[in-house]
Design a protein around this ligand. Sequence first.
Ligand code: UD1
Length: 417
Amino acid sequence: MDSFIINGPCKLEGTVRVSGAKNSVLPVMAASILTGGACVIDNVPDLRDVRTMMKLLDVLGGDSGMEGGTATIDTAGIENFEAPYDLVRTMRASIYALGPLLARYGRARVSMPGGCAWGPRPVDLHLKGLVALGAVVRIDHGYIEATADRLLGHEIILSVPSVGATINIMMAAVLAEGETVIENAAREPEVVEVATALKTGGAQIEGEGSSKLVIKGVKDIKPFTHRVIPDRIEAGTLAAAAAATGGRVKIEDCRPDHMHAVFDVLEATGAEVETAGECVTVTGAIEIQPANIETGFYPAFPTDMQAQMMALLSKARGASTISEHVYPDRFTHVPELRRLGANITLDGSVAVVSGTDRLEGAPVMATDIRASSALIIGALMAEGETKILRVYHIDRGYERIEQKLGSLGAEIERVKD
Ligand code: UD1
């Protein structure tokens, strides 16, 4: 397992480009199952999770390859309908195979995703939605088994606007007979993106980006070509790192229109945020101001940016509160940030971050993708050396992060253990 050695503090300066969005490309790759043909996806980040999704599609009988940021996925040869435990346990997004396999082949067997580093992550809404479309779903020895002779459109009201459930149900509904309406649908850009790819293949979907999706089933989805949107969480992470180090970074190829809630918090900390087209330039404040954050569903502040902002606020002049409304237990980064000297107390799903003048480098452990990037930000702010163990979590979701930060002036080195 690789580690990062980071020598801080540093001031990030320069220009950096954002990669394609992890949380978009994974379901778009899974959506290729619906086509039974060769799809081409551009601006694909070379991430561990992308490789895992390619492996999954190949295990199902597909043929996938990637060169220079373009993935080609041919699902004509699919003849196996099982997503095995070994893959699902390394990447929960494997659940995205469920809806497409069921809709195209009438059957799917997908290992039940377990909890994750920060607590339970149910998939009940995915399953309820598929049952509403006519699937028979049962749990067998840790596997979700779904079958359906045919799927029929239905009205589905989600109790929570889950991104995963919205996308999985939408992917199944595009091949169902008749009309499906998803109420309280997730509005995240990733949902819009999967809808866009499906529509290129002939799907009839309306309302993506709003809370009501209307899907009229079609006979088939044709192979599509699709370009992945920039990763708003990677862009936000780089912006937080710039603000945390008091630097000035121009972030290129991003979508500022997807990042308003993150920019609002950065500005509250005193950072300057200037957007121009697909670029944003973030200049950190001389003294970081405290801020209060409430995570929520898009367009509210994303839970995937909570840990990075906590790292930034750990050196604010005063106390900040962070309320986690999406995943109330998502605080595995707190003990590790404390090891760097951060002063954070937890009361249920609310963290109080009392800013301190000085963080100190220390050995710390990455526990999930975003917690890991918070530790990188902490290490960039801390005096001396920080060793971050288990950076494979970072490799799941950030493409060449050490090269990108290195080009901005960070002293960061990957070491093989
Ligand atoms: C996706 C993102 C993840 C992000 C999360 C919230 C991917 C691959 N991952 O995860 O990075 O942190 O959105 O923005 O895109 N819920 C249920 N039942 C379900 C499904 C979800 O109760 O069947 C609840 C969850 O416990 C959570 C909320 O819904 O409280 C949102 O979860 P969801 O949007 O489904 O997250 P994911 O799609 O798993």
